[in-house]
Design a protein around this ligand. Sequence first.
Ligand code: PEP
Length: 248
Amino acid sequence: MRKRIVAGNWKMNTNIEQAVRLAQDIKAQYDNLAVDVVLCPPFTNLYAVHRVIQGTPIWLGAQDLYWEENGAYTGQVSAGMLTAVGCQSVIIGHSERRQFFGETDVSVNKKIKKALEYKLTPIVCVGETLEEREAAETETVVEKQMKGALSGLSAADAAKLVIAYEPVWAIGTGKVATPEQAQVVHRFIRTFLAELYSRELADAIRIQYGGSMKPENAAELLAQPDIDGGLIGGASLKADSFLRIVNA
Ligand code: PEP
């Protein structure tokens, strides 16, 4: 039985005070230990949020990392820096990074390897654009992203990943994939993992859905057999809506 995992991607939102308050509100009301919860504030608020949630089961996650150890990489943040501020997890390959910041399958793969080296749990995002869906290319695109992400990864390492299926057309748009549309792609990803590694690994790996998940639609999505949680953007910025998803 896969344990559910719900992560809040706060994106470029919250100042320190707001981040601390949001983390405090989530900590005060989170009592559903059957679900793993990850909070992913902006880099500048990681340490402050760490101070709030340390000693609780809530994980701290970053929204990206860079694969080098240190050096002349202006603006970048390394895996070691993330573990030093208390991170246990990191989002890699979010579609906004692919779309606006030149993230590729190759850079995603390098980031995953570095995150694993530092024992950070990567939340690896894959998903198609609207044009790709309309051209019936969803599976081709997702398979290419999965192959790129997993290139050179042993089964033991692949087993440590969380995958987030995030149809790009559903992110921040209010358009949500129907539970059936999401389930089809989640099943496709699991079958792909079974073929690449093993059925056992595929059955154990957690696959989140992301894309306008809200308290109103979460239960239906999470009732699908291959949907093991959510990566939540907008609805993670209020403790109440985030926890209603966790409890769904
Ligand atoms: C996301 O950014 O990963 C996301 C799913 O955003 P939203 O929930 O706002 O669509």
